[in-house]
Design a protein around this ligand. Sequence first.
Ligand SMILES: *[C@@H]1O[C@H](CO)[C@@H](O)[C@H](O)[C@H]1NC(C)=O
Ligand SMILES: *[C@@H]1O[C@H](CO)[C@@H](O)[C@H](O)[C@H]1NC(C)=O
Ligand SMILES: *[C@@H]1O[C@H](CO)[C@@H](O)[C@H](O)[C@H]1NC(C)=O
Ligand SMILES: *[C@@H]1O[C@H](CO)[C@@H](O)[C@H](O)[C@H]1NC(C)=O
Ligand SMILES: *[C@@H]1O[C@H](CO)[C@@H](O)[C@H](O)[C@H]1NC(C)=O
Ligand SMILES: *[C@@H]1O[C@H](CO)[C@@H](O)[C@H](O)[C@H]1NC(C)=O
Length: 540
Amino acid sequence: MFLNVQFCMIFLVSHVYGYLFPIEPRGPLQGQEWPPGSPWPLPFSWTSTEQLVTFDTATFRIVKNFTGTCEPIDFAIQKYNQGFLFPVYGNGNSSSDPSLPVVAELVVTLSDNEQQNECLQYPKLSDDPETHEHYDLGISVTDNTAIATLEATTVWGALRGIETFSQLIWPNDDYEGQEETHFFANITEIHDKPRFSHRGLMIDSARHYLPERIFYEILDGMMYNKLNVLHWHIVDDQSFPLVSLKFPELSAKGAYNDKAIYTPEAVQRVINGARLRGIRVILEFDTPGHTHGFGRAFPELLTPCYGDGPSGSPDAPNFPEHAGRENLDPTQNYTYNFMREFFTEIAQNVTRDSFIHLGIDEVYMGCWDPSHNPVIADFMIKNGYTDLHQVQEHYTLRHIEMVKSLGLTPISWQDPLDSNVTLDKDVVIQAWKDWGHPWDVQFKVRITDEEKSRILGGEACIWSEFVDKTNIVSRIFPFVSAIGERLWTFDMGIEDMDAANARRRLDQHRCRTLRRGLPVQPILPGYCGRWETENRRRRR
Ligand SMILES: *[C@@H]1O[C@H](CO)[C@@H](O)[C@H](O)[C@H]1NC(C)=O
Ligand SMILES: *[C@@H]1O[C@H](CO)[C@@H](O)[C@H](O)[C@H]1NC(C)=O
Ligand SMILES: *[C@@H]1O[C@H](CO)[C@@H](O)[C@H](O)[C@H]1NC(C)=O
Ligand SMILES: *[C@@H]1O[C@H](CO)[C@@H](O)[C@H](O)[C@H]1NC(C)=O
Ligand SMILES: *[C@@H]1O[C@H](CO)[C@@H](O)[C@H](O)[C@H]1NC(C)=O
Ligand SMILES: *[C@@H]1O[C@H](CO)[C@@H](O)[C@H](O)[C@H]1NC(C)=O
């Protein structure tokens, strides 16, 4: 799945009770209207009534029903208490509605006390997504006393439930004539769990460098959409921003400049920031193609392409298509030894995830064509290879074997399978070649239960040829939300899969995210309420 900015803009919209105030130039917007406080992604089970409760924003707190620290939950409590629950603007005044029961706190319980051990752990891919991130959330009133409870099996489920709770709260202060802000929620019961355990976003920090602060904005946005994997395509042909302590030349010669780098400490800060939000970080080091970044410091790692043929210069490029060298050289042990040392550092000191993405896409086979390249021709003869795909297989299988020996589980783009390389069943394949759809097309992607049994999940991918810190957040959000809901929410039938029905709920989610301070772009004409024009305060 891939993100793209192009989408069909429609401009037939109607007045909506809730966050979005579209202007209706021609006729009513098709599809379902959603009351304020409608969650994104849709929960597995969500029932609510018209009875309301209110909040005293000065005293309301999320609290744990267990003692001791629990970093991810404490972090979430701090963040949500600080403004995600009640983004106040205008004159900053708000109070509870005196006519309604007041919810004093949300009590968070972990049903399995053992799970408190997870508070210090790095999140893992779950083989049982239905309990791993499951939670039950209730807002109820008994004898005019309102209570809110959240029960989860794991820390990670609790994080998902806190996010949903925050989405149930809505303010009145966008309505004409309202002097004072009150915050409300409907009486609600939610039982929720994700459909897939891997719900990712791929970002690329090589085509353009992304400063560290952008990662936290992206991770926040992922948390609002219950995404749980950041796939970090960290290096590529264009640059090598990762600082390796083993091979410092890689970033010294391969980064755009000496500031456009990720130090070991910065990488660990990002991984820890992700962990606190219940998000795993999978690093990608793409080989044997896309390796100019490696080649800037270590040109002898790359195959001379003989762009002029066997009698020409080994390093002759065939510009503008291809460079003089661009794939790793699969014929020499030096390449494999270097990669073993490099990946040993990654396995021991950089990644905290047990999965590693090996790329293996878009290898420029012209460079390895034996009719052009005498080095490859010689290698094929020595090994008894008759077909070029055997050269790719030679590299791929040795590389995968090495990475597995370091205790990592490899992920590859689909390309080796496309060129008939035989892979073990435990290699995870990421399909990517159907791409470029607008959000509403992504939203309608259907995965059958039969297919689901072979699928870990999915990702939205944004390569950064044309994005950098100025536009990446608004390019990702809210489009990634469509993919986020498809991966979280169970297939509940045609109507829930219909983008027209989801559109205004997504726009509500977009306005909610905007109020939390992320520059998310609109999907409809209209405005997010008085907030857009009055004394905007970023509460982050
Ligand atoms: C919440 O209650 C209001 C009326 O008080 C109603 O209009 C709205 O539809 C309800 N929302 C949900 C999600 O049930
Ligand atoms: C915390 O959980 C215990 C055991 O389930 C329960 O007895 C107690 O009432 C809970 N406390 C709060 C504040 O909800
Ligand atoms: C809140 O409202 C009161 C009464 O309208 C006003 O006196 C006060 O200045 C307001 N507070 C802020 C922070 O604007
Ligand atoms: C290259 O490595 C292979 C596999 O480890 C080994 O069999 C071979 O002897 C090595 N070749 C050289 C020239 O060191
Ligand atoms: C990992 O880090 C430790 C401590 O800095 C260092 O001693 C070790 O050599 C590193 N391992 C690798 C493979 O770079
Ligand atoms: C892979 O194998 C299929 C079936 O044998 C064949 O049709 C296809 O051309 C092969 N692809 C490549 C890239 O060799």
